[in-house]
Design a binder for this molecule. Structure first.
Ligand code: AFP
Length: 338
């Protein structure tokens, strides 16, 4: 990278300009997606700013606590959810919203309805909030296929029907990674401009990586293929070097590193959680969509993750995602079990 030239770059590709450019390839497009996305971007900017000042503003801690003014405080994830729900409803472009924070789906009132359904986790990795470790927002977008009353069936669709997916990571910098089905692009928030600027065009995950990422504390409850795979990462018998272990415990941070550096992220099933921990609609699907768009793979232990058909909005699934060749290895171990 030419840092000197970069320091004086004047042609800034903002996320809005990027999406407008994409939209111009479809003459029939009326800008609905651009409007929806700018509301998602607004939510991300709000959460980023709230996360940055969480300690100062006393946003950390439990919802229901009262501050010194006697006002009830909202936990950061509750606050983030409120912001996203309001931004998405007021965009006038959504009909159904599914949030990790809300037990039931939100059906937008008819006067504000639009053609998109958004599934999202407003603040994933919330157990990392209080110690200042990277956390993120994850989202996936479907289109409505009819004009009748919206129902949960409109989001209980396989992940390969999503039209877009992305995440925003609130880390050492704030980064939004997006795919609209034609590759993956990363945008970094320039805090002085308040704009996400294209900094990582056309992200491709390395074909193979040297990092594995898993909560090894669950190892005693894993099944055979996962146990064998992790053993192979640590004690390879083919002369290749052992893989490094990295695990943040925030899916956005672990997946972001996997996307950029290569390797594999695993949240397998175990004896205690036969369906794993991560939620299909707003964790497994968006991240699997991004991985495939970047040239990687995502597998559930049984099938391609994006082919799952969820039956419930908060359903969970085991997930193995990352570099193409690393995921091939775990697929081979599961195939050998059958
Ligand atoms: P929290 O939001 O409760 O911190 O959970 C985060 C998460 O859903 C996902 O971001 C992580 O990958 C995963 O859980 C970590 O789970 P373990 O703590 O069981 O490893």
């Amino acid at each position: 990278m030419d840092h000197e030239a970069d320091a004086y770059r004047t042609d800034l590709m903002t996320i809005t300009r990027f999406v407008l450019n994409e939209q111009s390839k479809y003459p029939e497009s009326r800008g609905d997606f651009t409007i929806l996305l700018s509301n998602i971007v607004l939510g991300c900017k709000f959460v980023c700013s709230a996360v940055n000042k969480a300690g100062l503003a006393k946003l950390i801690g439990l919802a229901g606590e009262t501050n010194i003014q006697g006002e009830e405080q909202k936990k950061l994830d509750v606050l983030s959810n409120d912001v996203f729900v309001k931004a998405l409803v007021s965009s006038g472009r959504t009909s159904v919203l599914v949030s990790e924070e809300d037990e039931e789906a939100t059906f937008v009132e008819s006067s504000k309805r639009g053609k998109y359904c958004v599934v999202f986790d407003p603040l994933d990795g919330s157990s990392n909030i209080d110690c200042g470790v990277s956390i993120g927002t994850i989202f996936g977008i479907y289109t409505m296929s009819h004009n009748d009353e919206p129902t949960t069936e409109d989001v209980l669709k396989p992940g390969n029907e999503m039209v877009a997916a992305g995440y925003c990571m609130y880390g050492s910098s704030c980064m939004l990674v997006l795919s609209t089905g034609t590759g993956v692009n990363g945008f970094t928030l320039d805090p002085s401009l308040g704009e996400f600027i294209l900094t990582h065009p056309d992200i491709k995950i390395p074909k193979k990586g040297n990092i594995y990422s898993v909560n090894e504390g669950n190892a005693q409850n894993w099944d055979g293929p996962t146990t064998k795979y992790v053993e192979k990462c640590k004690f390879p018998k083919d002369g290749s070097p052992a893989k490094s272990l990295r695990y943040v415990g925030s899916m956005v941070a672990d997946v972001h590193r996997t996307l950029l550096y290569g390797g594999i992220f695993l949240y397998p099933a175990d004896k205690k959680s036969p369906n794993g921990k991560l939620r299909v609609l707003y964790e497994v699907f968006p991240m699997s969509f991004l991985m495939e768009q970047a040239g990687g793979q995502a597998f559930t232990g049984k099938k391609r993750a994006l082919e799952l058909v969820p039956e419930k909005i908060h359903e969970r699934s085991p997930i193995f995602l990352g570099s193409y060749e690393d995921v091939e290895e775990i697929k081979a171990l599961y195939a050998a079990e059958d």
